[in-house]
Design a protein around this ligand. Structure first.
Ligand code: CAA
Ligand code: NAD
Length: 283
């Protein structure tokens, strides 16, 4: 099967990036969200990135128009009826994802593959919301999607070899490097990364150093492009907390206990860059 029509669900930072790389690779792509306004906002953000690429001389004006021409906003999951591949990138919450997968299973044609960009949730559990678990798979892109090379691919218990091969070859078509990882909480990426981020938040909580100094140590000392607190803000603190909860519950090990300061920030609505306030102030 060739992938020609795609729906990306969730027009937030990940959905925007995934839709952009899909359209760049020649796929007709719906960018879906809960309302037309949010989907349109996602489209405008992609347009802005592409306009910057034109100014930088990375792409031509014609190429920009060609890519934008392949993107369509959507506020109805039923638009996925004739899609070959759906990539879900909505909030990191199993009940919300479950509702979307149940609906997708009803509206999508039998052959359509249902992929999730979840950061940490069990693919097997997401697949069980459908009657086609062999067609459900984890396709985990990294943020910012147009820049980062990795796609973690995670099979659920019932994912077929055919589904895996198609998603692997589609990742290569997008210019990405796929790596297969088993269906364990947080996969590899977030099992390793989020523990570091959570530990950095504990350092702040305990008054070991300031936000800036914690980040400086990891940037200058370990050559990380962003410090862990800046990276947490970039990912979204709601997402970081959701991932830590999945790790804590999934492994039952106290080394994954989310820092109380992280919980407090999320309760305050300080989600990081996307809400204007996190460990840093973006307003
Ligand atoms: N969309 C598209 N392109 C973007 C972008 C975005 N959102 N953000 C940056 N870029 C591009 C810029 O246009 C620029 O391109 P050119 O070199 O062609 O001009 C390039 O990326 C570098 O950007 P900048 O010069 O503005 O800034 P930088 O050198 O500091 O790089 C960065 C920015 C790539 C984000 C870098 O800071 C970085 O690598 N940070 C760490 C990112 C990371 O760790 N991501 C993984 C997060 S965890 C995850 O994704 C998994 C999960 O489940 C939570
Ligand atoms: P985000 O908060 O930027 O965007 C989420 C979007 O999903 C919002 O626009 C919201 O309106 C939309 N949404 C919520 N419920 C929906 C529904 N029922 N139908 C359609 N749209 C719905 O989040 P994000 O950072 O883009 O993360 C999305 C997913 O990608 C999460 O599962 C997250 O764990 C994963 N992920 C995030 C990162 C990251 O660095 N932020 C990296 C890799 C994977």
């Amino acid at each position: 099967m060739n992938v020609q029509k795609v729906m990306v669900i969730g027009a937030g930072q990940m959905g925007q990036g995934i839709a952009q790389v899909m359209a760049q690779a020649g796929r007709d792509t719906y960018l879906n969200d809960i309302s037309e306004e949010i989907a349109a906002k996602g489209m405008r953000a992609i347009q802005k990135i592409l306009e910057k690429d034109v100014v930088k001389g990375k792409i031509t004006e014609d190429r920009k128009e060609e890519i934008l021409g392949r993107l369509k906003p959507s506020a109805k999951l039923s638009d996925a009826a004739d899609c070959d591949l759906v990539v879900e990138a909505i909030v990191e919450n199993i009940e919300t994802k479950g509702r979307v997968f149940r609906t997708l299973d009803e509206v999508c044609r039998t052959g359509c593959i249902l992929a999730t960009n979840t950061s940490s949730l069990p693919i097997t559990e997401i697949a069980a919301f459908t009657k086609r678990p062999e067609k459900v798979i984890g396709m985990h892109f990294m943020n910012p999607v147009p820049v980062m090379k990795l796609v973690e691919i995670i099979r659920g218990l019932a994912t077929s070899d055919e589904t895996y091969e198609l998603v692997r070859s589609e990742s290569l078509n997008l210019g990405k490097v796929p790596v297969e990882v088993r269906d364990v909480p947080g996969f590899i990426s977030n099992r390793v990364l989020q523990v570091m981020i959570n530990e950095a938040i504990y350092c702040l909580y305990e008054g070991v150093a300031s936000v800036e100094d914690i980040d400086q140590v990891m940037k200058l000392g370990m050559n990380h492009p962003m410090g862990p607190l800046q990276l947490a803000d970039f990912i979204g603190l709601d997402t970081v907390l959701a991932i830590m909860e999945t790790l804590y519950e999934g492994y039952g090990d106290c080394k994954y206990r989310p820092c109380p300061l992280l919980r407090q920030y999320v309760k305050a609505g300080w989600y990081g860059k996307k809400s204007g306030r996190g460990f840093y102030n973006y307003r």
